[in-house]
Structure formats: structure tokens, C-alpha cells
Design a protein around this ligand. Structure first.
Ligand SMILES: [Zn+2]
Length: 123
């Protein structure tokens, strides 16, 4: 499949990765706040789980917030690693086959470390 999108200026790639990183950090901050809300709700609620159906809901909400926060943190790490690769000049190269990752894929997933072929093969 030919990649029709022209390669962007290096700055554009850095900005894209920084936007990804900033977005994930903001999500993390927002999740931190909602985690506090869940904990506060749990503290305010009747803590007798057996007789309080709220107990299970709060546990579920807390697990969801924790999972979302873990994902946001991973995105921050991936963006950091991609920014390192950008500085090192290896950004946009598939770490499995060494071929360039298409610009379309990098736009969709700025922190991608593999080309679409290798990502698909790995699954
Ligand atoms: Zn590859």
C-alpha cells in the first residue's frame, strides 16, 4: 500500500508526540481527581460491603480508574520513548523489520514502534 502522505517536518512529529504526552498527562491528572472522588465516596458510604450494594460499585469504579490511569501512564512512557527515538534519529523505523513506518500510521499512532505489517503479524 503506497503512503501518499508527504513526510512532515521533524518539528511536526515532535509536536505530535508532545501533544500525545500532554494529553495523557492531563487524562492522568483528571483520573487522579476522580480516584479521589471514588475514595471519598467510599469513605462517606456505609463501608459494610456485605449489606451495602454500593460497596461493589465503588470497588468496580476504582478498578476502572486504576486501569485507565495505567493506560494513560503507559501512553506517557511510550511518548517519552518516541521522543527519545526522535532525538536519536531512529523515530519512524520499525523495531522489528527496520523498514520505515508509514506516515499514515505514525499520524494515527505517533508512538508506534512497529510497522503495520509487523504489528499485525505479532497479534
Ligand atoms: Zn516491521
Amino acid at each position: 500500500m503506497p503512503d501518499a502522505t508527504p513526510p512532515p517536518a521533524p518539528d511536526e512529529r515532535r509536536e505530535r508526540l508532545e501533544a500525545l504526552r500532554t494529553g495523557a498527562l492531563e487524562r492522568l491528572a483528571a483520573l487522579g481527581r476522580s480516584f479521589d472522588d471514588v475514595v471519598a465516596a467510599a469513605a462517606g458510604a456505609n463501608t459494610d460491603d456485605e449489606h451495602d450494594p454500593e460497596g461493589a460499585t465503588i470497588g468496580f469504579e476504582r478498578a476502572q480508574v486504576v486501569a485507565l490511569a495505567a493506560r494513560a501512564r503507559r501512553t506517557v512512557d511510550e511518548a517519552d520513548a518516541a521522543l527519545d527515538r526522535l532525538r536519536a534519529g531512529t523515530y519512524g523505523r520499525c523495531e522489528v523489520c527496520g523498514r520505515p513506518i508509514t506516515e499514515a500510521r505514525l499520524q494515527a499512532r505517533p508512538a508506534a514502534t512497529t510497522c503495520l505489517t509487523c504489528a499485525t503479524a505479532r497479534r
